[in-house]
Design a protein around this ligand. Sequence first.
Ligand code: PMP
Length: 465
Amino acid sequence: MAVTEPAPVELPPAHEGILRRQALRESAARTYARSLPIVPVRARGMTIEGADGRRYLDCLSGAGTLALGHNHPVVLEAVRKVIDSGAPLHVLDLATPVKDAFTTELFSTLPREFADNARIQFCGPAGTDAVEAAFKLVRAATGRSELLAFTGAYHGMTAGALAASGGATDVRVTRLPFPHRYRCPFGAGGERERGADIAARWTEYLLDDPKSGVPEPAAMILEPVQGEGGVNPAPDSWMRRMREITRERSIALIADEVQTGVGRTGTFWAVEHSGIVPDVMVLSKAIGGSLPLAVIVYRSELDLWQPGAHAGTFRGNQLAMAAGAATLAYVRENRLAERAGTLGARMLAALQALSADHPSIGDVRGRGLMIGIELVDPEAGPPTVTAENGSAPPPDPALATAVQQECLRRGLIVELGGRHGAVVRLLPPLTLTDEQATAVVDRLADALRAAERSPYRRAAAGPTR
Ligand code: PMP
């Protein structure tokens, strides 16, 4: 007798239920999940597979964390090795062979002059924890509490890091102008070096004018390429000026390399482009090989804080240290920083070529595989010359949002950033192939064409300036 199968019951796809429950149960503060409604279930290299069976090229890479992409074999092997060895997974800040190997590998990648005389502090697991530790260190070492930070900066979400970021107005932080070629705060747009020179002069002036109202600071914190601020690379000459200015005035220079580190910008550490040696480096994201890990490395003369000055339960993540050591070694051995430099330059050129046909591309900028495309509204009347915009057309965040959604439809995950959320950001893994790089540019170009045709502007939430 033939057995008839019962007709399958039509259930909503599993991913829809998961997304619905997330929207109901998770915080209103959730971020990426809002613009990227996908449910990752598998991932390898640059590809993520969603619960709906769709595949995506991931150009967000865990906000720049995944130097080797998802689940790289050397990372998986390093993690398995620790688990199979029976080593404790939780060890506070005790010494272990895994930590020893991580520190040795990390120091071998740092600029020699810096590493030869450096100390490392393992911090809480996130980049922002390391930023807090850096502030505490320099305050303890100098006895001063004030900090210098830059417009457009992003250093994290805990109180001190947030105070040093661009949106804040903490009285203990003096805000200085970060050079910006496209939207030069001094109206020198296009003349990058001139804008950077004025920014440096302003910094010197404020520090030396006895009536500037700026108290003597403990440190200056800067990103060699501002990431969240809209992918703004600092000119190398300006970086050297900041180093001179801080050295001459005994101000500690903190380089926040949370996002720029581990080959991302074309050198292993972004400070290498300018050749400067900072006093403190803040490191996180890629150093944990996709698992949470954050450290500060600093000139040993600054090591004047007290035992226990910066404690914390989760500073000994063995799996992260093993994954991180494997990642650092792989990037170093396979010269992935160089690869990021050449491939990034090629992608930048392709995107710049695209801008010839798209007046909505205001600027294409970046360094290595940290790339930003600033979208503007060229039809918003004649270019308005304002202090912020110079003669650049106003930013178009609604178009950027539409581009992000069209990219997702085409199987490409991109992030938005910048002051107005109008910069499409690309942070692919350093392992991406030439073919994947071409696919990213093609999908993005196609998404831009579709977004330009869509009625996004009428749906825009409000004025962009
Ligand atoms: N500094 C920089 C330069 C960053 O880009 C970030 C994160 N985007 C942070 C600090 C903070 O890192 P986390 O999100 O891990 O706290």
